[in-house]
Design a protein. Structure first.
Length: 132
């Protein structure tokens, strides 16, 4: 009996480990997952994303959105209205990324206070005393 044909996209190829690391670097940067999370309820405009993601600069949001669009995680739609506006929406692949990373983001929020406490305790142990 012959084996079922395999999916060519799921077969490991030489160099895939290095390429996987590149993809993880793209989606695991400081801002990408926050953008993906903020697109979970549907399309949003640039200004809505900017207001929702505390601390991101306009330039960094632009760079992040372009990278995610290039990687097929989201789509950019220009609406022909006056004045024109642009919206961003997760692709099917972007939705699967959101589903895969939602537990990580939830864990992060749930443990922020404990991480802050651990950092403060570590810094108190390792910071040399200030002398004047």
């Amino acid at each position: 009996m012959d084996a079922a044909p395999s999916d060519p996209q799921s077969e490991a190829r030489p160099g895939d480990a290095c390429r996987t690391r590149v993809v993880l670097g793209i989606v695991g940067d400081k801002w990408s997952l926050l953008v993906v999370r903020n697109l979970r309820d549907g399309p949003r405009r640039f200004t809505e994303l900017k207001r929702a993601i505390d601390g991101i600069s306009q330039r960094m949001l632009t760079v992040t959105l372009r990278g995610l669009e290039r990687d097929g995680i989201l789509t950019r739609t220009v609406h022909n209205v006056m004045p024109p506006h642009v919206s961003y929406e997760l692709t099917e692949m972007g939705s699967t990324l959101r589903e895969a990373t939602a537990p990580l983001l939830e864990w992060s929020v749930a443990h922020l206070a404990r991480i802050d406490d651990a950092r403060a305790a570590y810094d108190a142990r390792t910071d040399p005393p200030m002398t004047s």
